[in-house]
Design a protein around this ligand. Sequence first.
Ligand SMILES: [Zn+2]
Length: 97
Amino acid sequence: MNVDSDDNGNGESQPLEPNLVKYKLWIWRHGKLHYRELKGVQKVCWNCNDCRHRRKYCSLVAASSTWIIRHLREEHQIVKARYAAPVFAELLDESME
Ligand SMILES: [Zn+2]
């Protein structure tokens, strides 16, 4: 049986945080991380600041920055500023919800 997430023969517990989270990225300025359970698996999600300020809920799985960048561009016309310094991700404070 092939399992997509286990192709290196190492069946150890999956890392909770995707690689994306370890890096400083400009997108973290526009959203915060939170953990969400999807189908019994805990996923790291990116929660859009702009949507939250408009009382909309937007949460994208933070496995790839592609969707996040697309969301910012298409929903908020936000693109990477040339001199925007990358920052580390911050966790969403649950009490804000
Ligand atoms: Zn948004």
